[in-house]
Design a protein around this ligand. Structure first.
Ligand code: S3P
Length: 429
């Protein structure tokens, strides 16, 4: 099992790029795989999670030709998937499992979805319930609302569904199912979650209507193949942005990164905390806004993170908690109960790890109260098998006295295979 060791540094001054966006990569291969015709996808993230989606689409009949390191050509199934006899392995990827459940629910065959121990412990009722309302047969093998799932394809009926929690995975699952359903499928969110599926469906010429918190897709529309470039992953850039923000006198710029506002809530939080940020949005491609960021570090102060912004920073809460430890004052994070059912219980994991560094933190049901600005001592902490916990605490190690060891870091390859190498480069730049 691998580990990462880090020591304190003084500041950062570097220009970087980050690998392709994980959420967008999943959707790009799913839509290109379902489409009629060929699509050239560039910038695809070759992480464990996204490879699960790519392999699943290949198993369903999509043909994939690797063109070079960065590009592949996908010939889609034109809406007619082939039967898959073997279990579809989703590894650690909730996005693969929930989105594929939507696609499979409508196919004229049965399929089985499973994953690793963590994924098979995460709640799947949130997709099973609405899919069942649409007429799907979907069963949790252990009868515990978790995977392995058996999906027996059926003719689906469009429904109108109000999501009980803001979840892009659940929304996307239903929009994918809706592509194949009779009539129209309407999904209404309580607050805006990431909108990559909606944008990607429109990119692939699916007639989809979106208005504020409502998305409507009409059944029977086959996506049409089209080239697509995946921008850099803002959630990967977040680790370096946070590190630069918290070192006074630092400068970091990130080029070619996704700047979709349903993902970049961290920028407004960093600005509230005192960082100086410049955002340069490139024009000419409105499918996924992207561009460059430049951040200058200053002394940070505490912040309250709550309410509507939570879905837009849901993957950044581990690194926001690290920032809270580095900022003067008391940071409150609330309305983030969803963190309890991510790759691990992130509220428990963050609390335990922050305490190991000497940070006073109170765990609440839906968040944390973190006292920042205290001296930090390097610690040996667990990743809990969660990539974002591993990376966030490697960053905290850069600010801590003595050595920090993050144990069990293999999980980082689910979203950011080159993280450790880039960490070394950035430290030595
Ligand atoms: C994702 C949506 C989010 C996020 C996850 C990726 C996606 O989950 O936490 O890492 O790609 O749709 P929820 O939609 O379940 O909140």
């Amino acid at each position: 099992m691998s580990e990462i060791r880090v020591k304190r540094i003084k500041k950062l001054n570097v220009r970087i790029t980050v690998p392709g966006d994980k959420s967008i990569s999943h959707r790009a291969v799913m839509l290109a795989g379902l489409a009629e015709g060929k699509s050239r996808v560039t910038g695809f993230l070759k992480s464990d999670d996204c490879m699960c989606s790519l392999r699943a689409m290949q198993a369903l009949g999509a043909r994939v030709e690797v063109l070079d390191d960065d590009a592949m050509e996908i010939t889609g199934v034109a809406g007619e998937c082939q039967q898959v006899m073997e279990t579809i392995d989703c590894g650690n990827s909730g996005t693969s499992m929930r989105l594929l459940a939507g696609i499979l629910a409508a196919q004229p065959f049965a399929a089985r979805l499973s994953g690793d121990h963590s994924l098979n412990s995460r709640p799947m009722k949130r997709v099973m319930a609405p899919l069942t309302q649409m007429g799907a047969y979907i069963e949790s093998e252990m009868k515990n609302g978790c995977a392995p799932l058996r999906v027996s394809g059926a003719r689906l009926q469009g429904i109108t569904y109000k999501l009980p929690v803001a979840s892009a995975q659940v929304k996307s699952c239903l929009l994918f199912a809706g592509l194949f359903a009779d009539g129209s499928t309407t999904v209404i969110e309580p607050t805006q979650s990431r909108d990559h599926t909606e944008r990607m469906m429109k990119h692939f010429f699916v007639p989809l209507r979106t208005e504020e918190l409502t998305s409507v897709v009409h059944g029977g529309s086959i996506p049409q193949g089209r080239d697509f470039r995946v921008p850099g992953d803002f959630s990967s850039a977040a680790f370096w942005l946070a590190a630069a923000a918290a070192f006074p006198g630092s400068m970091l710029s990130v080029e070619g990164v996704g700047l979709n506002s349903t993902r970049t809530g961290l920028l407004s939080i960093l600005m509230k905390m005192g960082a100086q940020i410049r955002e340069y949005v490139e024009t000419g491609n409105d499918t996924e806004p992207h561009g460059n960021l430049e951040i200058h570090g200053r002394g940070l102060h505490s912040v309250v993170v709550e309410g509507k912004i939570i879905p837009n920073v849901i993957d950044e809460i581990p690194i926001i908690s690290v920032l809270a430890a580095l900022a003067e004052g008391e940071t409150i994070i609330k309305d983030a109960k969803e963190l309890r059912v991510k790759e691990t219980d992130r509220i428990a994991a963050i609390t335990q790890n922050l305490r190991a560094f000497g940070v006073p933190v109170e765990e609440t049901e839906d968040g944390m109260i973190i006292q920042g600005g205290n001296p930090l001592t390097g610690a040996t902490v667990e990743s809990f098998g969660d990539h974002r916990i591993a990376m966030a605490f490697a960053i905290l190690g850069l600010f801590s006295e003595g050595e920090t060891r993050i144990l069990n870091t293999d999980c980082i390859t689910t979203s950011y295979p080159g993280f450790e190498k880039q960490l070394t480069q950035i430290i030595n730049a």
